[in-house]
Design a protein around this ligand. Sequence first.
Ligand code: NAI
Length: 341
Amino acid sequence: MTEATTPKHHVTLIPGDGIGPEISRAVQRILSAANVHIGWEEMPMRADVERKGGNYLTDFIFPSIEKNRVALKGPLATAVVTGAPSLNVAIRQHLELFANLRPVKNLEGVSSVFKNVDIVIVRENTEDLYAGLEHIVVPGVVESLKIITEKASTRIAEFAFDYAVKFGRKKIHGIHKANIMKLSDGLFLTSIRKVATRFPQVEYKELIIDNACMQLVLDPHQFDVLLLTNLYGDIMSDLAAGLVGGLGVVPSGNIGKDAAVFEAVHGTAPDIAGKDMANPTALLMSAIMMLDHLGEDRAARNIEAALRDIYVAGQPLTRDVGGKSSTSEFTDAVIARMHSQ
Ligand code: NAI
């Protein structure tokens, strides 16, 4: 193998369901055009594995990510009400990807309610109501357990403050409902407060979740970093995405001590799957986060610049953002733009 073809990084690729394979292929093409030498370990399609009686997570996903430590992931479908538990949640819990990091920023050229939004959402990713501990107490009564531990709350608070210091963020808001859930959200808050005392250079404030939602849609510019438990973080991060144009233009990373999984936050879009209509932007932006994580800053900035130029020019764009182009045409344009830089 020549030096030019030797992969510098080994990354697990989970194509995902629905539009996942199309947008994954688009992102792979763009990263390859940016000259990032990634050895992709591509996972088989989940449906094929399950049809043959295999276990997608334990046979493929977990061993691959434990080995490569970095993954790029397309969306995976989860049935509502009935059916198997979410694979997305299982991946985060099993690999202890305890921090869900979602930078929410305007992408120039994308129409949005607000401009100049620049917020980072740090969401605890392993516990809370997502522990999935539910049972029927008696018919007609169901109990769902909200698990909050000092260990996980302290760990996510340390992550948020370290992140703030590293990336020059000035202010963190701890978001809670400790006026009602005095024990669970109370423990989350007291754990953050202890960590905050070790970071006097970062301003620390608290807001009750309902007020925080209203404040966010009234004036997002007052916020810098938001620190939340799992469920509140899930809801508020989609709310924040709505301020800058929606889920199609927001990336995310699930970060742990030993591994990191980068994924778009939208779902499998079954209504447009297989039609060459999907917008790969969110997965591409997640891949840019992944490149930063891998230390590939130059390629990350090149792709970012090409993406911005296309959105500013307003074409070619996919239908979800007001254009008429296909996934392939958009992908070709990003690559052509990078080559002309
Ligand atoms: P969705 O995000 O798949 O679709 C909502 C709407 O947005 C649809 O009209 C869809 O066509 C559009 N859309 C989404 N992504 C798009 C893209 N990249 N380009 C163009 N249009 C796009 O949300 P929905 O319908 O609630 O969920 C479908 C499935 O996805 C469910 O099984 C759900 O569990 C799963 N899901 C998986 C996630 C993950 O893997 N992280 C996250 C969210 C949902």
